[in-house]
Design a protein around this ligand. Structure first.
Ligand code: HEM
Length: 491
């Protein structure tokens, strides 16, 4: 007897379904009939439930919230969502690990993604960062190689410490990020207990057209809390979805996590002769040179109702920048501007921006049209521009592209080196001046543990030299931990 309080099951076309339990057969013991459209719909739809997982950052979780401005930043940017104190903008944030697949554990050593979508009155602003202020490489042409070295090998389909150290030691620009990764910041206790960074340098432009370079740091109000290597390993077995659960439960009990947004601002002209390349993603700007200033607060206060619809189909793209914010000459950022919308068209489909989680909360007046699964349209609007029939018209005076002057021969080369540009200075200072003695001990132990995991003698020797370049004492400690006591001659 059907329960009258429950809605009747329907097919996906809304037709009342005949049964939740039985297929349509010729007699109770006979064959299934091809006319059982409902059975066929169920099986066919099931076969198509997955979209490809993200090629990186596949495992993650997210939540809704808001960003509130706490300082007047109109001297530096005309971005409307930053235009006044106490102004609030809805936000969706997705956290992730990088290398693991969709079902992998939350607590493995890895950077964590910190991807934000601000639904502003001038369209979506996406800030797609990590929990680290720097990255492993400085040229986008190395990104797929880097990721390949971190993921599964061709023959064994297993990850390889040998490949990771091979790539890192052949790419000395990785030293700063690898140092951070092998401290306990590589194994955060939860997503709530870590910072988020825009990492790249961006351009801010104010209403008068004046420009500044900017870096974003979202500082956790929950405090930094990490696992040590043993705790992280135990958690990987105990609860592989720990971070997913932690965030969901915190929000459900009303314990809404929050981050303070700090920015560092560099006058536009100062970049030209700063002592190192301020657009190099492997470097931080020392606070002594450019002190951070708190300008806002991010709060997460609402769980998604449907993981697939809101988290799996969320599509972030660094190219989504609103008026008043632009890119910098950071090559990594410029490479990413192409990469993300391209992967979304492949992973989700060409009309991914029409999905509720991705669509802007302002009207869209575009001349792009059609494609698979499009449902939003502009009625009888003209389909080309320019036109004489009242279609939308761009306003280049008001919304021109923010930029900078360039000149030069077309070539393939490293960035021009400046006085203080090197690969090992900042990680060395991090090791010596920022890490506590306990942090230093854990870093050494974590490096030794990883290098013991199937890395050949030749690459171990290269790794020891790499750590001696970061700091001679650190390199010696790593060598000693590996039973290679003889320090390389210095000087
Ligand atoms: C040239 C360099 C890079 C390329 C080509 C690249 C490419 C990609 C691709 C293809 C995805 C998958 C996106 C999806 O399927 O939704 C992705 C995800 C992601 N990347 Fe990158 N990436 C680069 C560098 C970076 C850097 C430097 C950061 C952080 C500072 C970063 C942070 C993220 C985050 C957080 C996600 C996950 C976004 C989400 O939660 O959906 N990536 N990246």
């Amino acid at each position: 007897m059907a329960d009258k309080r429950r809605p009747a099951t329907t097919t996906d076309a809304g037709i009342p379904a005949p049964s939740d339990e039985f297929s349509l057969t010729a007699g109770a013991d006979g064959p299934i009939l091809l006319q059982d459209h409902y059975l066929i719909q169920k099986m066919a739809q099931f076969n198509r439930e997955r979209v490809p997982e993200r090629v990186v950052h596949a495992k993650g979780g997210g939540a809704h919230g808001f960003f509130e401005v706490t300082e007047d930043v109109t001297p530096w940017t005309k971005a409307a969502f930053l235009s006044g104190k106490r102004k609030r903008t809805p936000v969706f944030l997705r956290f992730s690990t990088v290398a693991g697949e969709l079902g992998s554990a939350d607590t493995v050593r890895d950077p964590r993604g910190f991807a934000m979508k601000f639904y502003t009155e001038e369209g979506n602003y996406d800030l797609v960062g990590n929990n680290t202020p720097v990255f492993f490489i400085r040229d986008p042409s190395k990104f797929s190689d880097f990721i390949h070295s971190q993921k599964r090998m061709a023959e064994t389909n297993r990850r390889s410490n040998e490949a990771q150290w091979d790539f890192w030691t052949l790419s000395p620009e990785s030293a700063h990020q690898v140092t951070i990764l092998f401290t306990d910041r590589g194994t955060p206790r939860s997503w709530r207990h870590m910072n988020g960074y825009g990492s790249h340098t961006f351009l801010w432009v104010n209403a008068a057209g004046q420009k500044h370079w900017v870096k974003y740091h979202f500082k956790t109000e929950q405090g930094i809390a990490n696992f040590d290597a043993d705790e992280a390993k135990a958690m990987t077995a105990e609860d592989p979805d720990l971070h997913l659960r932690d965030l969901h439960e915190a929000i459900e009990r009303g314990d809404h996590p929050a981050w303070r947004l700090e920015v560092q601002l560099m006058p536009f002209e100062a970049a030209a002769d700063y002592r190192f390349n301020p657009f190099d993603l492997t470097k931080v700007w020392p606070h002594a040179d450019y002190p951070p200033m708190t300008i806002g607060r991010l709060v997460l206060d609402r769980n998604p109702e449907h993981y697939f619809a809101e988290v799996e189909q969320a599509a972030f793209e660094p190219a989504n920048m609103v008026p008043g914010i632009g890119p910098s000459p950071d090559r990594m950022l410029l490479g990413r501007l192409f990469s993300y919308p391209d992967t979304h068209r492949y992973r989700i489909g060409p009309n991914y921006l029409q999905l509720p989680i991705n669509q802007p909360q302002v009207p869209v007046h575009s001349y792009n049209k059609d494609g698979a699964m499009r449902y939003r349209h502009d009625g009888s609007q003209p389909v080309y521009a320019p036109n004489s029939f009242g279609g939308p018209a761009a306003d280049p005076d008001r919304y021109g592209d923010p930029g900078w002057e360039v000149s030069g021969e077309i070539l393939r080369s490293a960035y021009t080196l400046r006085r203080d540009d090197d690969d090992f200075g900042q990680p060395g200072a991090l090791y010596r001046d920022v890490l506590s003695p306990t942090d230093q001990d854990h870093l050494v132990a974590n490096l030794v543990g990883h290098l013991r995991g199937g890395v050949s003698a030749e690459i171990v020797a290269r790794a020891v030299a790499y750590w001696r370049s970061v700091d001679p004492g650190l390199g010696d400690r790593v060598a000693a931990g590996l039973g290679l006591t003889a320090a390389a001659p210095r000087g």
